[in-house]
Design a protein around this ligand. Structure first.
Ligand SMILES: [Zn+2]
Length: 175
């Protein structure tokens, strides 16, 4: 808000925005700081005026991208320049990416190694498998493993017990 509302006076305190605006390091000159802030302010104002949500979002993406990747070189594209952004019809990919950006979606990878379509959206936060069939295979597999382990322990126990009984039998026969 205060960034969008920065006036034209040359004396505003650019250091107030250090730590607020990414890329605005305390070490760069005041002149450079002001230059960056002015570009951001104008971009923000350009975005502010846009009624269409999608266009506004693209403006915000641009600001975010530039503040992360190229803060030193703004002014090339809208909303850093005032030439309006002419958007084409949204592609299916864009719709998908917009969906992917929502906070409630849970993109996950199915834990079943041989799953044919492992990339999925989970319905529940702790979901590990993409579908019932994958979940069922995993459950069956872990049960089989459990039986394998338990079974071998039981066989081992039985073997020891039989040995003991054999020894006992020998004793009782006086051998
Ligand atoms: Zn799966």
């Amino acid at each position: 808000m205060s960034l969008a509302n920065l006036d034209e006076s040359p004396n505003w305190d650019a250091s107030l925005f250090v730590g607020v605006v990414p890329g605005l390091a305390a070490s760069i000159s005041t002149k450079k700081k002001r230059q960056i802030l002015r570009a951001l302010r104008d971009a923000l104002r350009n975005v502010w005026r846009i009624k269409d949500l999608r266009t506004r979002r693209f403006g915000i993406y641009q600001i975010l991208a530039l503040t992360v990747f190229d803060i030193d070189n703004p002014g090339k594209f809208w909303p850093f320049s005032s030439a309006p952004l002419d958007l084409r019809e949204p592609s299916p990919l864009e719709h998908f990416l917009a969906y992917l950006m929502q906070p409630r979606v849970r993109p996950k990878v199915c834990k079943l190694p041989e799953c044919q379509r492992p990339y999925y959206f989970a319905i529940k936060p702790r979901q590990q498998y993409c579908s019932r069939p994958c979940g069922r295979i995993a459950v069956n597999r872990s049960q089989a493993k459990w039986w394998d382990r338990t079974g071998s322990v039981r066989r081992e126990r039985r073997r020891k017990k039989m040995e003991k009984e054999k020894i006992k039998a020998r004793y009782s026969l006086g051998l």
